[in-house]
Design a protein around this ligand. Structure first.
Ligand code: GDP
Length: 303
């Protein structure tokens, strides 16, 4: 679908193989291609601008190593810079930990946040299943989505499919009360982790944010994961910024990475929130959950 960035850059830069150094004009010509590639990969414009400025600072004056063409040189600089931005500060996680920090007295409260349709409920079940199977954790899931009638049922069904316990549904109970009841059950019944699947909306809305802030204050989550659809592209920045400012997030799970999206949302969200991408959703099935690898996503963004 897209012409590869490497091919484009080789086309633009091949003529200067002999000069031995990247001059400003060469770099700027190359960066125009990089900019287009990043926008095509759905990285948000302000993030593209900052990123390109950082790459420019790295690339100008860079000696062109004999064995590589200038195009490859620029690709490498862009790739390395992408990895640098995308990589979590402490690179924590690994398969067993599902990228999550569980270093907290049990039951560890994990808040799942995100817009409606982002894949929040599915991701809640995926993570719970993985914590149970790979780490032997006893996990309780609870849906705080009282707005959408089928939401609590949906989580209960996923619980049955995965063998993960869900908090019994009490009709009419408000979200904060459900969250508190889940934490109490977690304590009394010896759970290691309590996963709270919050309500979503089709767009950011103040009423929802106020409700989520109340839940946050009531349970003091150790992890607050923003679940976001990799296909959201330019909107990703707004969503991530809002959740970060109003609720505070500890990390991001990017879903539908199995689709056509080039994953630019990963870079945008990482850049605007400063929080790491911790996990990737790679399909509808409950075992389609992967750790985030900065180099793989960087390669995908570059195309
Ligand atoms: P919620 O409204 O945020 O709770 O979203 P759901 O968990 O109900 O997911 C909405 C739809 O997206 C469902 O059909 C899921 O099966 C699907 N879905 C969730 N995660 C992924 C993913 O990583 N890849 C794909 N292809 N579909 C997903």
């Amino acid at each position: 679908m897209f012409e590869k960035l490497s091919e484009r850059l080789n086309g633009v830069l091949d003529k200067l193989t002999k000069r031995g150094q990247l001059g400003e004009a060469d770099v700027d010509e190359a960066l125009r291609e990089v900019r287009v590639a990043l926008l095509e990969a759905d990285v948000a414009l302000p993030v593209v601008k900052d990123f390109v400025a950082a790459v420019r600072a790295e690339a100008v004056g860079e000696r062109v190593v004999k064995s590589v063409t200038p195009g490859q040189m620029v690709i490498k600089i862009v790739h390395d810079e992408l990895v640098k931005v995308l990589k979590p500060a402490n690179d924590a996680g690994g398969v067993a930990g599902a990228g999550l920090d569980l270093n907290h007295p049990a039951p560890v409260p994990i808040l799942m946040l995100g817009l409606q349709g982002s894949g929040k409920t599915t991701s809640t079940a995926k993570i719970a299943r993985r914590l149970a199977e790979k780490q032997g954790k006893k996990v309780l899931m609870a849906s705080l989505d009282t707005r959408r009638p089928a939401a609590q049922q949906q989580l209960a069904i996923l619980g049955e499919q995965t063998g993960i316990k869900t908090l019994p549904i009490v009709p009419g109970e408000p979200p904060v009360a459900i969250a508190k009841r889940a934490m109490n059950a977690g304590r009394l019944e010896g759970y290691d982790v309590v996963m709270l699947d919050t309500a979503g909306r089709l767009a950011i809305d103040d009423e929802l944010m106020a409700e989520l802030a109340q839940v946050r204050d009531a349970v003091k989550p150790h992890e607050s994961l923003l679940v976001a659809d990799a296909m959201t592209g330019q909107d990703a920045v707004n969503t991530a910024k809002h959740f970060q400012d109003k609720i505070g997030i500890t990390g991001i799970m990017l879903t539908r990475i199995d689709g056509d999206a080039r994953g630019g949302a990963a870079l945008s969200m990482r850049a605007v929130t400063g929080r790491p991408i911790k996990l990737l959703g790679t399909g509808e099935k409950l075992d389609q959950l992967e750790d985030f690898h900065a180099d793989r996503v960087a390669g995908r963004i570059l195309g």
